[in-house]
Design a protein around this ligand. Sequence first.
Ligand SMILES: C[S@@+](CC[C@H](N)C(=O)[O-])C[C@H]1O[C@@H](n2cnc3c(N)ncnc32)[C@H](O)[C@@H]1O
Length: 180
Amino acid sequence: MISKSLKNSLANPNDNIYTPKKLAKDCIDSFIFKKNDTILDAFYGNGVFYNNYPNNIKKDFTEIKKPYEKDFFKYKKNVDWIITNPPFSMITPIFEHTVNIVNKGFGYILPGYGLSNKRLQILKDNNFGITGISYFYVTDWFGFPVIFIKCEKNKDNLFLFEPKNYKIFDEISNSIKETK
Ligand SMILES: C[S@@+](CC[C@H](N)C(=O)[O-])C[C@H]1O[C@@H](n2cnc3c(N)ncnc32)[C@H](O)[C@@H]1O
């Protein structure tokens, strides 16, 4: 029987785009690893992240497609790091599972608009801070910009000020009332 995860992956063609090797290497190189750290490529694809992780760390992978059929959401072992390009249609559940199994941190490529309030809250509730962010295009992807975020456990966000919602309407209506 076809699993829910595999069905979802097949139904979303944007979930099956592949990362240029140079970009995967730039993402990996933005982390500092310790000897014997463990790392998971949670969304292996053709292995562009997995094959470029440093040699002195222990690596593992999950990939839902044949011949592997290893579902990330069923992976229950703890790992120090995850660095990869995940399927964009399920980023919130991916964040939820990631914060449960990662000891030190993770790096994900996301759409440029990918940091919703809910996802930021998942990071905050689980003591992960965004400690690095890059912004770029891959010209043969979708036409919208993408970001790479580096998240580390027990670190603060490197934002200039905390993420929050602002509202302009009340300010305008109050100032109109004041001038009446
Ligand atoms: C955007 S592609 C990226 C592949 C590769 N990481 C790269 O950057 O080239 C996402 C990959 O995740 C796989 N995938 C989707 N759902 C999955 C799941 N639940 N568990 C493991 N892999 C999954 C897809 O089959 C696809 O190969």
